[in-house]
Design a binder for this molecule. Sequence first.
Ligand SMILES: *Cc1c(COP(=O)(O)O)cnc(C)c1O
Length: 326
Amino acid sequence: MTLHIKTPLIHSRALSLASGRKVSLKLDALQPSGSFKLRGVGFACETHKRNGARRFVTSSGGNAGYAVAYAGRELGIPVTVVVPQTTSERAKSLIRGEDADVVVHGISWGEANEYALSILKEGDAYLHPFDDPLLWEGHASMIEEISRETERPDLVICSVGGGGLLAGVVEGLGRVGWNDIPVLAVETDGANSYDQALKAGKPVAIPKIKSVATSLGANKVAARAVELAREHPIQNCLVTDAEAIQGSVTLLEEHRLLTEPACGASVAALSRVSELYPDAQNVVVIVCGGVGTTSQQLLEWSEFYGPGSDQIAAGHPDAVNTHASQ
Ligand SMILES: *Cc1c(COP(=O)(O)O)cnc(C)c1O
């Protein structure tokens, strides 16, 4: 038994018609914690429990924190989640709903994270939101599932925040002997820490996150994600907030799935495939999910950024600097 579930891989008629390719969706939005994070977090938490951990501590007010809270409740281990003041009431109440303790500390994710590290005592296990080989090992299971259900895809598309999902996808491709299948790594313009890292050849801190895709808002990616681009065929691309929102709207309207723009970004990246991978016929999009966006919020964003609007990301009140989600 694992904490995560095996998720469906479905053919998307709508996205296939729109992109002129065969598009399949790996529906990790259906994980009980609402995002793919439960794969890695669940695996890490089970490992820590086996090794005697008596409490889980994390600093993510986003999907990682929520997954840790879920895992802790399922495993009967208390959880403390340290979040900065910028974390939404909704996120805090979701985490508390999983019986975790929420501690508010600091004004940025960095401050909350430092505090989380400072309160660790004997018997505590610390869970990083993306930079941890245990997470990658857990995330990799999604590719094993895909390999059992379909012929070789020509391309896998996934979103990048801190690069944990990407590292897991690449690890999974290696496990099933798909080392040559390329990965398109997607960010929004205002959360482009992977793009910057690839250009610099190493992780660099970007000064400010300005995107509605807050789950992509790691200001510095994991070093492993940069290294992987030298070991595996990876290209990256950027989409606008408006495109990412439209991606989520498409998932809602065509597949009745509510996701964050962090996930919609990967759907939006289908529009880049003809240019970047003209020969790719079979494309798998990782639908990474996310619990941070309500239907109301998505509707407001789509009205604000929708067709006919000339708004740019930085103009929207929600497009602020939040590392809270990581
Ligand atoms: C965490 C998350 C991401 C980014 O994953 P990383 O491992 O940080 O790259 C993307 N989408 C959603 C919904 C997430 O929760």
